[in-house]
Write a protein that binds this ligand. Sequence first.
Ligand SMILES: [Fe+2]
Ligand SMILES: [Fe+2]
Length: 398
Amino acid sequence: MSKRSVLLVDDEPMVLLALERILGTLLDCRVVKAEDGPQALAILEREPFDIVVSDMAMPGMSGATLLDIVHELYPRAMRLVLSGRSSRDQGLSTVGSAHQYFLKPGDVSAISRRLKNVLALRELLPPEGLGTVIAGVDTLPSCPEIFRELEEEINKPDASAEAIGRIVEKDVAMSAKALQLVNSSFFGLREHVSSPVRAVVLLGASLMKSLVLAVHVFSSVPKDDPLAAFVRKVWTHSLHVATAAREIALFEKAPPALVEEAYIAGLFHDIGKLAIAMNLPDARGHIEETLAERELADAVAERETLGATHAEAGGYLLALWGFSDAVVEAAVFHHQPSRSGKKAESVFPTLAAVHVANAFDHEKEPARHAPNAAPDTAFLQNAGLADKPAAWRAAIGG
Ligand SMILES: [Fe+2]
Ligand SMILES: [Fe+2]
């Protein structure tokens, strides 16, 4: 494998020098520097980069404009902002263009660790096709009915953030975007937020209004579009898994932060299906045809068609958007948690709860796709959780 490459763009030479040294060592990558947007674009024309890190305020071309162009021309690159100050307006201008937003000087070793994880997950996907498509995703389709509910609420003169949050937390795409935004450094929050309702309360009703109406952070599909039925199916299942995973975490008396984490990990575990359906409609059609013809788990049909599954694609997307390792792992390994190679205590309750909740919900599907419904007994036994599913089933009323 050739050495990874990072393009650093900043108009302050001292910042460039410091970052070059630290990132080069920690990430074991080749670092190339550019002092402004046009220079960065000239360098990108000559060679591809795995990661582009840009300052925001630069003379001539802003970081947001540069990253927009990178998004368009080089979608496979991971796009990061490293800004000197936090500002909502500045942050909003990068909503579609940057995967993550950090503040200078920032904890560069923590940033490097995150980038390493993202690049490791990218290795699970074929470079052309899925690997490029997922890095280019900026919005995902919301369930049309939930989207309409959201529009109605934000158009009320007395729209409350709490009420908007209760709508957002029901939808996979809206929750993912709200949490990605609120945990971005441009808000300068010290706490890590994993509750979609709290995320919306922190963002505020008026900001949510501009995100929906002006920035178009959320999107829906027309109600009668064939994709709408697929989105609804993923949405219903994801909400079941999220609710059941939360109940399991509560039953296990997990602390509130882990209860929230189990909920969002459940909500996002199949997010890769939405990304594939929205961006690779032909591949989705082919996967559906394969499933109609043959007795296969959907992940097997996906691997045949795309070279990777919705689990890997979703995990990579969540990592690109800055979600925690536990949420990312729950997406990547929700079918076969034993593949995570993790010790029991580090996957409990999140991955374990999502895996079992997912298996319970898939039991309702036709038996011909039964591999989806089989709990990973090796994993449960190794984790000392073999007797848990029965108790959890009773706890969630399944
Ligand atoms: Fe799945
Ligand atoms: Fe699932």
